[in-house]
Write a protein of this length. Structure first.
Length: 362
C-alpha cells in the first residue's frame, strides 16, 4: 500500500526516532478485526531481521472487555501504558457513546507533547476527536460516519474520500481494512519501504494482484434505486446526469425544494444512507462502467465522474475493489469507443465537456 493512497495536508512532521513501542487503546465493543490487524502488523519479527516492536493493549482501566463479537478479553493495563509509547492507536469500536474519559485524554495529550505518534481509524477517529489534537486538522473516518464526525466536531476538516490522512504525528484512517493501509503507511514513513513491504509480505496482508488473479467485484446495487418518493427520485435522476460537477447536499436540497436538514432526513429515511454516500456510490458505479466499456483515459474518467484527481479515484477504487482502475480495466475492459460514450452522454443528459469543478460533496 503506497503513500499515494493517503491525503496529506502538509509535510509529515515525524518524530526524531523510529517508533518501537506500540500501545493500542481499546474500549468496550472494540473491533476484534482491529485488534487482530494491529497485533499482526506490530508483532515482534526481529528473528527475520525486522524491527522489534513491543505491542500492548490498554483500556480505561485493567479488567475485562467485551469485543464487538461478544468475546471477552482480559486487559492488564490502563492509560498509564501510554506514558512510554512511541505510537498510540485508538482502535475502532461498536461501543457507544463514542467518548473518552479525562484520564485517557490526558494520557494521549501527554504522549503527543513528548513526541509520540497518535493514530486512529474508523470510530477510533471519534475517540481521538474527543481530545484537542484534531482541532484545526484534517481527518477521516468510516465513510458512513463522515457526516456525523463533521457535525459533532466542526473544528475538524473531515475528508470522507480518503483511506487515511497524514497530518504528521496525527494520522487518521477510514473504516475496516483501511486500518491496514494506515499501519503500512506509518511503517513506510518511519522505517522505510523495505520494512513496510517485508512486514506486509510476512503478515500476508498486501498481495500483489496479477491480471490472471483478479476477481470481478461489482459495485454494490444502486442504493435507493426503488425509492417511492417522487421528489427524491427526480433528484437522483438529476444528480446522475451531473456527476462531473461539484455537488453538495445543499445543491440537491435546492433541487428538491427542501431545506437541507429536511432533505437529508428524508433521504436517509428513504435510502438508508446519506446523500454524500449515495453520490460517492454513483461516481464509483459510473467509473466502473466507463473502465469496462470505453477506452477513455483514467484522467478523463476522473473528470466525468467528478473526483478531484486520478489519485482520489484510485484510492476509492482500491478500497472498493481491491485493485487500481488501470488493473481493473486491463482485466475487465471492453471495446466501446469514445464516440459511443459521447452519444450515451448526450442521450442521458450528462455534460462531458464541462470543466471539472472540485468535488465539494459534504
Amino acid at each position: 500500500m503506497e503513500k499515494s493512497h493517503c491525503v496529506p495536508s502538509r509535510p509529515s512532521a515525524a518524530p526524531a526516532c523510529f517508533f518501537r513501542s506500540v500501545v493500542a487503546y481499546a474500549t468496550q465493543g472494540v473491533s476484534s478485526f482491529g485488534l487482530s490487524v494491529a497485533s499482526n502488523i506490530f508483532t515482534d519479527r526481529s528473528h527475520v531481521g525486522l524491527p522489534s516492536f513491543t505491542y500492548t493493549v490498554c483500556a480505561d482501566e485493567g479488567g475485562v472487555l467485551r469485543t464487538d463479537l461478544g468475546l471477552l478479553m482480559e486487559v492488564e493495563h490502563g492509560p498509564e501504558a501510554m506514558s512510554t509509547a512511541d505510537l498510540i492507536i485508538l482502535l475502532p469500536t461498536d461501543g457507544r457513546p463514542l467518548t473518552v474519559r479525562p484520564p485517557v485524554i490526558a494520557a494521549i495529550e501527554d504522549a503527543y507533547r513528548r513526541g509520540a505518534i497518535i493514530a486512529a481509524y474508523g470510530t477510533g477517529s471519534f475517540l481521538l476527536a474527543e481530545t484537542a489534537l484534531l482541532d484545526g486538522h484534517r481527518a477521516t473516518t468510516d465513510w458512513c460516519l463522515a457526516d456525523e464526525l463533521a457535525d459533532r466536531y466542526p473544528t475538524i476538516t473531515v475528508e470522507p474520500e480518503a483511506l487515511y490522512v497524514d497530518e504528521g504525528r496525527i494520522v487518521t484512517g477510514a473504516g475496516a481494512v483501511a486500518g491496514i493501509d494506515m499501519f503500512l503507511h506509518l511503517l513506510r514513513r518511519e522505517h522505510g519501504p523495505a520494512v513496510s513491504d517485508a512486514v506486509a509480505e510476512e503478515a500476508m496482508i498486501a498481495p500483489r494482484c496479477e491480471a490472471g488473479q483478479l476477481h470481478h467485484v461489482s459495485t454494490p446495487p444502486d442504493i435507493g434505486a426503488g425509492v417511492d418518493d417522487t421528489r427524491l427520485a427526480d433528484v437522483m435522476r438529476w444528480t446522475r446526469s451531473r456527476l462531473q460537477q461539484a455537488l453538495s447536499v445543499d445543491d440537491l436540497a435546492r433541487h428538491a425544494l427542501m431545506s437541507t436538514r429536511t432533505f437529508a432526513r428524508r433521504f436517509r429515511e428513504a435510502t438508508g444512507t446519506t446523500p454524500h454516500a449515495w453520490i460517492l456510490h454513483q461516481r464509483l458505479a459510473r467509473a466502473e462502467e466507463l473502465l469496462e466499456t470505453t477506452d477513455l483515459s483514467i484522467q478523463k474518467i476522473t473528470q466525468l465522474v467528478g473526483f478531484r484527481s486520478a489519485g482520489v479515484l484510485r484510492d476509492h477504487f482500491v478500497k472498493r475493489h481491491g485493485v487500481s482502475p488501470r488493473d481493473y480495466r486491463r482485466v475487465f475492459g471492453g471495446h466501446r469507443t469514445v464516440d459511443e460514450v459521447g452519444r450515451k452522454q448526450a442521450d442521458d443528459g450528462s455534460h462531458a465537456d464541462r470543466e471539472l469543478v472540485t468535488d465539494t460533496t459534504k
